[in-house]
Design a protein around this ligand. Structure first.
Ligand code: 2AM
Length: 180
């Protein structure tokens, strides 16, 4: 069995900035700098045959390249004890279209539809025992954070191995975006 998810890579200089933001929060476990990503679709555990089907199916996705920027920050859950701090993204119709194409290809492979609405975010840090007011202070401080636009030129299928030291992400395949 293999644990899979589909993601967009973030350019290294922006990953560095986001990682630095995640490090500022007392009591937070920042996302490893080189693993900062935007999850398009968490797939979960599948067997090797299904993983090959998924790879073949995602290769057929045709969607145009586009630009995104990071806009503001937030946390999950929205109320109560915060567990994840994240950076938000600019509104993007192209991102929604890409997500829909990927979702449709995965459903065609026999996976159940994604539960819940696609909520694009970039995880900055996971929190343990972080008082709400501390998270709120971070959210207020970074509310106006904006990045430069960055190009989205492809998407990646990652395998995630859960080790004691944390998750390790390994790219299994990636595909360029191009003319439809
Ligand atoms: P997130 O940090 O962007 O929320 C790989 O596990 C990635 O899949 C995680 O970084 C997490 O991204 C995302 N993910 C989404 N739903 C998940 C779930 N139910 N379990 C684990 N990871 C999930």
């Amino acid at each position: 069995m293999i644990r899979l998810f589909v993601a967009l890579d973030i350019p290294a200089p922006l990953r560095q900035r986001l990682h630095a933001m995640g490090k500022d929060i007392p009591g937070a476990r920042p996302a490893p700098r080189d693993q900062i990503h935007l999850t398009l679709r968490f797939i979960g555990e599948v067997d090797d045959g299904m993983a090959l089907d998924i790879e073949a199916s995602l290769a057929a996705v045709r969607s145009p390249p586009f630009s995104l920027s990071v806009r503001g920050v937030g946390c999950f859950p929205h109320r109560g004890t915060p567990r994840v701090l994240w950076a938000g993204l600019s509104e993007s119709r192209e991102l929604d279209i890409l997500h829909t194409h990927i979702e449709n290809r995965l459903i065609a492979c026999g996976l159940p539809p994604e539960p819940g609405k696609f909520s694009p975010h970039i995880t900055l840090a996971r929190l343990r025992d972080c008082p709400r007011r501390q998270a709120d202070a971070f959210l207020a401080d970074k509310a106006l954070f904006r990045s430069e636009d960055f190009p989205v030129e492809g998407f990646v299928l990652y395998a995630s191995r859960l080790l004691k030291s944390g998750a390790v992400h390994v790219a299994r395949a990636s595909w360029p975006l191009g003319a439809t």
